[in-house]
Design a protein around this ligand. Structure first.
Ligand SMILES: [Zn+2]
Length: 232
């Protein structure tokens, strides 16, 4: 039951059983009837709402979004921008180029993932923060966690990859899974994050390490937060 989902046909999901589910970076993949895959791109302003009770026909005002009828009494409604491009139904004939362009998921295979990242980093020339936000390097890192990784690695957001020493390179790579795993364990909730995390101090603007004032620098057109004293 779909109200607005871009290329998805109205009955494309009708009666299908979800036979498996995976997360990869910011993508959720639902396998349907062991044949097709429904891919959902998370992030941005996507929200979900679970609605109980029999479906009601809302005449006139149809709300933008996608409504999945789970059974006669339960519906899951997704609301957000660009839902049409966030949802794709894939089968063996689909163009899955976008999947092969995604970098490794840093939370899945820390050891192998790190080796892959090291190789990929060697080919980069841009600023570290841009590298972190690039889905073809690592998938699913947003601006806040990019700032945190760089703070923990004690490297400036605008440092260019070729300027890194061997030791700095390894420090940078090691912090990617470490910060993300810590964020995941805390469910990204501020009070549960270590006090040594920059993320906890985005509001008060003080460096948790030296107590100095945090600063902002524009990298690749986006503002990054960092400590000018602790990050070189
Ligand atoms: Zn500092």
């Amino acid at each position: 039951m779909l109200s607005e989902a871009g290329g998805l046909a109205e009955d494309a999901l009708q009666g299908k059983e979800i036979s498996d589910i995976h997360r990869y970076g910011t993508q959720i993949f639902c396998e349907l009837d062991r044949r097709e895959i429904l891919a959902l791109q998370l992030g941005g302003e996507l929200t979900m709402e679970l609605e109980r009770g029999p479906a009601t026909e809302e005449a006139g005002e149809s709300r933008a979004g996608l409504e999945l009828a789970i059974n006669a009494h339960l519906r899951l409604r997704l609301q957000g921008t660009q839902l049409g491009t966030r949802l794709r139904l894939l089968d063996e004939t689909s163009d899955v180029d976008f999947l092969t362009k995604l970098g490794p998921d840093p939370l899945l295979v820390p050891a192998e993932g790190l080796a892959q990242l090291r190789e990929s980093l060697a080919r980069r020339r841009s600023a570290l923060r841009n590298v972190l936000l690039d889905d073809s390097f690592v998938t699913g890192i947003g601006p806040i966690w990019a700032d945190e990784i760089l703070f923990q690695a004690r490297l400036r957001p605008d440092r260019l990859v070729p300027s890194l020493s061997e030791e700095e390179r390894e420090r940078f790579l090691a912090q990617i899974p470490q910060v993300l795993q810590r964020a995941l364990r805390s469910q990204a909730k501020l009070p549960l994050l270590p006090k040594t995390f920059l993320t906890r101090h985005r509001e008060d603007g003080h460096c948790p390490s030296c107590g100095g004032a945090l600063a902002s620098v524009v990298v690749g057109g986006k503002a990054a937060l960092f400590c000018p004293a602790c990050q070189i």
